[in-house]
Design a protein around this ligand. Structure first.
Ligand code: PEP
Ligand code: MN
Length: 263
């Protein structure tokens, strides 16, 4: 079902009145984690001012260490909804438990399935049962074929509103947090009709190369970019080193727009 051989035209994912795919691109920005109402509100106000319409924020955080901040859970989704309603934004947040998929649809506009859960097949099946758009992240060590099969799980249950996102893969290279597999973008675009995004934050982990990598992704045919933004990254409860502050985000966004690659 995900194959371009079966469907020639690009799938267009619709998030309210926002379209992604088929020539329509999206810039998704927002904090790594939802930490407080005020923190999300500050980011939302800044994004709104820049004309960004879709905000991300993690409420359920799959952390490497069990002692690290695990996210605010459902309370985090409530904060996202409240702030999104106030600013007229759409929201994306990760869900990690199949039992939360239906409930999540009441609070957020796009359900993210994280890299660590790309092959959580029960979660993929649950995501296939709803009609809320899904943003599926590539697994940390997943091949493109495995990535597409994970998407197939969702489509095969009836949910055709699926976006793929390259977020870097694990290699021997440690100059970046992960290795951004830029070639995955045109391959996914050729092999599948689903929209393809690139997460410059988790793939590179290096703020200074977010803009060139975003431009490379768009030049390679990406339908969107994801980047993390926090009002005070140094005090962030997760990914403190790789979130842009608001001023840095504005600079990043203007550089990407100036390239003429973001439609
Ligand atoms: C995220 O986007 O919040 C995240 C945890 O990313 P990933 O699943 O790609 O590691
Ligand atoms: Mn993060």
């Amino acid at each position: 079902l995900v194959s371009r051989k079966r469907q020639r035209e690009d799938t267009i994912v619709t998030i309210g009145d926002i379209a992604v795919g088929g020539g329509k691109q999206m810039m998704v920005a927002g904090p790594c984690s939802v930490e407080s109402y005020e923190q999300v509100r500050q980011v939302a106000a800044a994004l709104k001012q820049e004309g960004i319409t879709v905000m991300r924020g993690g409420a359920f955080k799959p952390r490497t260490s069990p002692y690290d901040f695990q996210g605010l859970g459902i309370d985090g989704l409530k904060i996202l909804k409240e702030v999104a309603t106030e600013f007229g934004l759409k929201t994306i947040s990760e869900i990690v438990d199949p039992a939360h998929i239906e409930l999540a649809c009441e609070y957020i506009d796009v359900i993210q399935i994280g890299a660590r859960n790309m092959q959580n097949f029960e979660l993929l099946k649950a995501a296939g049962e709803v009609r809320t758009p899904i943003l599926l992240k590539r697994g940390i060590a997943a091949t493109i074929d495995e990535f597409l099969h994970a998407a197939e799980y969702i489509l095969s249950r009836g949910n055709k509103q699926v976006m793929l996102i390259e977020r870097g893969i694990r290699t021997y290279e440690n100059a970046t947090r992960n290795t951004l597999d830029i070639s995955a973008v045109p391959i996914l675009k050729q092999e599948s009709h689903l929209p393809v995004l690139v997460d410059v934050t988790h793939s590179t982990g290096r703020k200074a190369i977010f803009a060139p990598c975003a431009k490379a992704a768009l030049a390679a045919g990406a339908d969107g970019i994801m980047v993390e933004v926090h009002p005070n990254p140094a005090a962030a409860l997760s990914d403190a080193a790789q979130q842009l502050n608001i001023e840095e985000f504005n600079r990043f966004y203007s550089e990407v727009k100036q390239s003429g690659l973001l439609r």
